[in-house]
Ligand binder design. Structure first.
Ligand code: UGA
Length: 450
């Protein structure tokens, strides 16, 4: 099958590379010509494990190409996947202007009928608007368009693995032909007939992914409903952590036992600094707005969002309580990305934290294995260190902000020795409180006895 991918962000690149790996002929485009230049020079503009290998192999074998000529890319595919961003507007609604712009290009540039697939996260009923836009702008082209919604459930940092080994593939369609075509696109994924870059030599045995066929409206809703539910689960764990602190229980013991109930499951019950990134925070907001427009007050989601916003306050309160005066203190930050294994800092707690600490007059040094360049673009004047030990040197407090695995294995005795004051505040419950106390740290984390 010939496939066009519009938008080369996390979703578009992973989708394009994985569909090429599945044997399709894929052309990707983006309106950022510099990004396309990088890709054509064999470079990957984002940090995403295994993506480089997939892109290189499929380019070499002639199944994957990149162009900044969007009309050409659109014309080359029988199916066009829309993978552009839908960032939040000031009022929390999703900004659909990029989808609208792409719809116009598809409508006016197509020379043959096409299947147009929404992969971007969009509010329910966007498919109807898309159909309308394609029809009116394409009225002179004489070609017809079929629409489908095919939401992505890719986590950053494990995007390639999630695409090649999904638990479900959701397709929202209106007709049997579209369902057949999407099945054909995904059949190699369902069969496991690709060279998996994640597992070698063989992928672990797993059940075939569910291929879930729904209406377009339901498919769109499934995406927002899933992300919002995950956000609620995290906020529930964080509220529990606050309760554990007040009542002398241990949130890890509580959530572990809760998670053993198969109706609850252990995932997304990790307490800490809360959810960030470009998906959960914007999707919960968009879902709240969607409910409002449908005449419903989804107060549960509002509360989950509120609990999440308070995580940084709670964290900085811990720092303030110990430091007494923040002004002129040297504060070290371990981690900037919104979670490990990504360089993404969008809606990362670290960003808001730096802003507030700078406003209080602290001096900040930071280290992150992947996200320092992106952070430097926002805060050019804080100190970026070569490694975690340099961050710790002479610091009055060390904050663990992202749970990169390398932080767990640091020589914590060396860290202790080099700090001006051994104050360690662990925003991700990454470290063992007993061990840290034994080393002599003043150690604080979320919801665990000190
Ligand atoms: C999320 C969803 O997990 C994907 O299924 C979805 O496709 C994607 O959004 C999207 O809409 O594109 P992602 O944003 O990559 O993926 O990040 P997650 O791994 O879901 O983590 C989200 C945030 O929750 C992170 O800040 C993480 O630190 C936090 N988190 C996660 C917790 O605080 N506690 C947990 O127990 C789990």
């Amino acid at each position: 099958m010939r496939i066009s991918i519009i938008g080369c962000g996390y979703v578009g690149l992973v989708t394009g590379a994985c569909l090429a790996e599945a044997g399709h002929e894929v052309v990707c485009t983006d309106n950022d010509a510099a990004k396309i230049g990088l890709l054509n020079a064999g470079k990957i503009p984002i940090y995403e494990p295994h993506l480089d290998e997939l892109v290189a192999r499929n380019r070499k074998e002639g199944r994957l190409s990149f162009t900044d000529d969007a009309p050409k890319a659109v014309r080359s595919g029988n199916a066009v996947f829309i993978c552009v961003g839908t960032p939040p507007l000031e009022n929390g609604d999703a900004d659909l202007s990029a989808i609208d712009a792409v719809a116009r290009v598809i409508a006016t540039e197509s020379e043959s009928s096409k299947l147009v697939v929404e992969k971007s996260t969009v509010p329910v009923q966007t498919g109807q608007q898309l159909r309308q836009a394609l029809a009116v702008y394409g009225r002179k082209s004489g070609v017809s368009f079929r629409i489908a919604s095919n939401p992505e459930f890719l986590r950053e940092g494990t995007g390639v693995e999630d695409f090649l080994h999904p638990d479900r593939i959701v397709v929202g369609v209106d007709d049997a032909e579209t369902e057949r075509e999407l099945r054909e696109i995904y059949q190699p994924i369902l069969d496991g007939s690709f060279n998996c870059p994640v597992h070698s030599p063989n992928c672990p045995a797993a059940a075939e992914p569910h291929f879930v066929v729904t209406t377009i409206n339901s498919a769109e809703l499934i995406k927002h409903a899933s992300n919002s539910f995950l956000a609620v689960k995290i906020s529930y764990a964080n509220a529990l952590a606050d309760m554990c602190e007040r009542l002398g229980a241990n949130v890890e013991e509580v959530t572990r036992a809760m998670g053993l109930d198969p109706r609850i499951r252990p995932e997304f019950l990790r307490a800490g600094l809360g959810f960030g990134g470009f998906c959960l925070p914007k999707d919960i907001q968009a879902f709240i707005r969607l409910a409002e427009r449908a005449g419903m007050d989804f107060a549960l989601l509002k509360e989950a969002e509120q609990i999440n916003k308070q995580r940084i306050d709670r964290f900085l309160e811990k720092a303030r309580k110990s430091l007494w005066v923040v002004k002129k203190k040297k504060i070290g930050m371990l981690g900037l990305a919104f979670k490990p294994n990504t360089d993404d800092i969008r809606f990362a707690p670290a960003i808001e934290m730096i802003r507030r600490l700078l406003a209080e007059g602290a001096s900040i040094s930071a280290y992150d294995p992947a996200a320092m360049d992106r952070t430097r673009a926002i805060f050019p004047d804080i100190t970026y260190s070569r490694d975690p030990y340099e961050v710790a040197k002479g610091a009055d407090a060390l904050l663990v902000v992202t749970e990169w695995e390398e932080f767990r294995g640091l020589d914590w005795e060396r860290v202790y020795d080099s700090m001006a004051r051994p104050l360690l505040i662990d925003g991700r419950n990454l470290l063992d409180p007993a061990r840290m106390a034994k080393l002599g740290f003043e150690y604080h984390s979320f919801g665990r006895p000190e």
